[in-house]
Design a protein around this ligand. Structure first.
Ligand code: FAD
Length: 491
C-alpha cells in the first residue's frame, strides 16, 4: 500500500474555481497539490464562456452589418466561419492545450498532478497510485458535464455537446438544438447568423424558462428573426442517425431532421466518481450541498458548479474567495495550536494572505470569513438582445408570499431605444418588495442588457431603498435610463 504524502491542501479539479483556490493558497505559502484530469482552467476557457463569447462577438458583427441597410446605406455581408474557428483555436484555447495554464499554476507555487482525484478516507485523496494526506483541507472543484437525457437511440448517435459545437471548423448546413436554455439559444443564434438552418426543440412551454416570460418572448422573437425555428412543448422521444442526418422524433408525432444534433439539456455533477462515501457524504445527490462557507463536511470544501448554486464563472470565483479565506483561517488556527512547531513561515504566509485577500465579503468584517449570499446573483444570456437578470423573478417572489410590486418599461420607449431603432428590442422589469421598499429582482433585456444589469445588481445586493433609486441621476440618453421609467411604473 502506498504511503500517503503529507501536504497542506489538495484541490481536485482545476477549473475556474479550483484553479483560483489552489493558486491563491499556494501563493499564500501553503503546500498545495492541484489535481486535474483534463485541462487546467476547465470548461470556461476551452468549451464555455470564452470561445462561445468569441463566436457571439463575430455573429453580432454580422448582425450589425446587416442593420446598415436603412440606417447608414447598404452593406453586403459574406459570413465566413474560418476566422472564428481560428480565433478560438489560437487565441482562446491554444488548440485545447493547457501548457500555459499549468505553468500559471506552478509559477504560483502549486504542485500539479495530472489525473483523476478521488477521496480515500478522511483527509486523503488518491490519484492513481499516489495518495495525498491533506493537513488543512481538501477542495472539490470538479464542475459538471453535459447532462444527456435518456432518449431512445440518442446514445448510439454522433450527437454534439458544447464541446463539438465549440470545436467545429466547418459549419453544418443544418443543426437541431435540443434544449432552449441559455447555452442552446446563444449557440443557435450564432450558427443561424452564419447561415446554418437551425431548429430549437424545447420540452417546456417556453425557451429560457428560468427567466421572466417576457424575456422568453423577446429572445424567441429575436431568434426567429434570425431564421431559427423554435418548437416548444415538444418532448424528444427517439433519435436516429442514418450515417449523414439526424432525425428527432418528438411526442405528438413531431419530427425534425438536420445534419447535426446539439444536445444542451443541462449539466450534471458526477458525484459518484469522487469517493464521497469514504468520508460519510452521500454521493446520490444532484450536487454537493455546502454551507455558507462552502464546507461540505469537516475539512472538505466545494467550489463552483459542483455546488449547484449557479453554473456561472462568477459564482465559482465568488465562492473561491470564501473558500480561500476559510481554509486560511483554518490553517491559521491549526498552526496556532500547541503543535505548531516548525510551521512559522507557513503561518506567516497564510495569515498575510488572509488579510490581503481581505476576507471581506458582503457580510464579513475585517479578518472574518465572508459568508456566501446568492440574493443578488446576476445571470446573463448573451443572445442579441442580451437577457440580464438578478434575484427573484415575479413568479418566484409571488410564490414566496412577498407583497410584490412590478415595474415594466419597453426599451423602445426610452430615448436611447428610439434612437437605436433597429435592434432595440428589450425591456426593464423590476420586482420590488413593497413592504421593505427595495428591489428583490430585475430583468434587463436589450442590446446592452447584461451591462445595464450591473446597476440593478447593486440595487438588489445593497438593498438600496426605492426612494433613493428614484432620486438618482441617470445619464441621458443611456439604455440604463429606462430603469427610471420602470421605477415610475412600479405598482
Ligand atoms: C457553452 C457554455 C457557455 C458558458 N458561458 C458562460 C458565461 O458566459 N458566463 C458564465 O459565467 N459562465 C458560463 N458558462 C459556465 C462556466 O463555464 C462554468 O460555470 C464554470 O466553468 C464552472 O467552473 P468550475 O470550476 O466549477 O468547473 P469546470 O470549469 O467544469 O472545471 C471542473 C474541472 O474539474 C475537472 N475534474 C472533474 N472531476 C475531476 C476529478 N475527479 N479529478 C481531477 N479533475 C477533475 C474537470 O476536468 C474540469 O477541468 C458556460 C458554460 C458553457 C458550457
Amino acid at each position: 500500500m502506498t504511503e500517503p504524502e503529507l501536504v497542506d491542501v489538495v484541490v481536485v479539479g482545476l477549473g475556474v474555481g479550483g484553479e483560483e483556490v489552489a493558486g491563491r493558497l499556494a501563493e499564500a505559502g501553503l503546500s498545495v497539490v492541484g489535481v486535474e484530469r483534463d485541462l487546467v482552467g476547465g470548461e470556461c476557457p476551452y468549451w464555455g464562456c470564452i470561445p462561445s463569447k468569441m463566436m457571439i462577438r463575430a455573429a453580432n458583427a454580422l448582425a450589425e452589418a446587416r442593420r446598415v441597410d436603412g440606417l447608414a446605406g447598404t452593406a453586403q455581408v459574406q459570413p465566413d466561419w474560418a476566422p472564428v474557428a481560428k480565433r478560438i483555436r489560437e487565441e482562446a484555447t491554444d488548440t485545447w492545450d493547457d501548457t500555459v495554464a499549468v505553468r500559471r499554476f506552478t509559477d504560483r507555487g502549486g504542485r500539479f498532478v495530472r489525473g483523476s482525484g478521488r477521496l480515500d478516507g478522511p483527509g486523503r485523496v488518491r490519484v492513481g497510485d499516489q495518495v495525498f494526506q491533506a493537513r488543512h483541507g481538501i477542495v472539490l472543484g470538479t464542475g459538471t458535464r453535459p447532462s444527456v437525457p435518456p432518449i431512445d437511440g440518442l446514445a448510439d448517435t454522433p450527437y454534439w455537446t458544447n464541446h463539438q459545437a465549440i470545436e467545429v471548423e466547418q459549419l453544418p448546413e443544418s443543426l437541431l438544438v435540443l434544449g432552449g436554455g441559455a447555452i442552446g439559444l446563444e449557440l443557435a443564434q450564432v450558427f443561424a447568423r452564419f447561415g446554418v438552418r437551425v431548429t430549437v426543440v424545447e420540452a417546456l412551454d417556453r425557451v429560457l424558462a428560468v427567466e421572466e416570460p417576457e424575456a422568453s418572448e423577446v429572445a424567441a422573437a429575436a431568434l426567429r428573426a434570425d431564421g431559427v425555428q423554435i418548437h416548444t412543448g415538444v418532448r424528444a422521444e427517439r433519435v436516429e442517425h442514418d450515417g449523414t442526418r439526424f432525425t428527432l422524433h418528438g411526442d405528438g408525432g413531431a419530427e425534425f431532421t438536420a445534419e447535426r444534433l446539439l444536445v444542451v439539456t443541462g449539466r450534471r455533477a458526477h458525484l459518484e466518481e469522487l469517493g464521497l462515501n469514504s468520508v460519510g457524504v452521500d454521493a446520490a445527490q444532484r450536487f454537493l450541498p455546502v454551507d455558507d462557507r462552502l464546507r461540505v463536511t469537516d475539512g472538505i470544501w466545494a467550489v463552483g458548479d459542483v455546488t449547484g448554486e449557479g453554473a456561472f464563472t462568477h459564482i465559482a470565483m465568488y465562492q473561491a474567495a470564501i473558500v480561500i479565506a476559510d481554509v486560511l483561517a483554518q490553517a491559521r488556527q491549526t498552526n496556532a495550536g500547541p503543535d505548531a512547531s516548525g510551521t512559522a513561515s507557513v503561518v506567516g504566509g497564510a495569515m498575510g494572505a488572509a488579510s490581503s485577500l481581505g476576507a471581506s465579503g458582503s457580510s464579513g468584517s475585517a479578518g472574518s470569513v465572508p459568508r456566501a449570499d446568492y440574493r443578488a446573483l446576476p445571470r446573463v444570456t448573451f443572445t442579441d438582445p442580451e437577457v440580464g437578470a438578478v434575484g427573484l423573478t415575479e413568479r418566484q417572489a409571488r410564490d414566496r408570499g412577498i407583497n410584490v410590486q412590478v415595474g415594466f418599461t419597453k426599451l423602445g420607449s426610452s430615448t436611447r431605444g428610439w434612437i437605436h431603432q433597429v435592434g432595440d428590442e428589450g425591456f426593464i422589469k423590476l420586482i420590488a418588495d413593497a413592504d421593505q421598499g427595495v428591489l428583490i429582482g430585475a430583468t434587463s433585456v436589450g442590446p446592452a442588457g447584461g451591462e445595464v444589469l450591473s446597476a440593478l445588481v447593486v440595487a438588489v445586493h445593497a438593498a438600496v431603498p426605492l426612494s433613493q433609486l428614484r432620486h438618482m441621476i441617470y445619464a441621458y440618453p443611456t439604455f440604463h435610463r429606462a430603469i427610471e421609467d420602470a421605477l415610475r411604473n412600479l405598482r
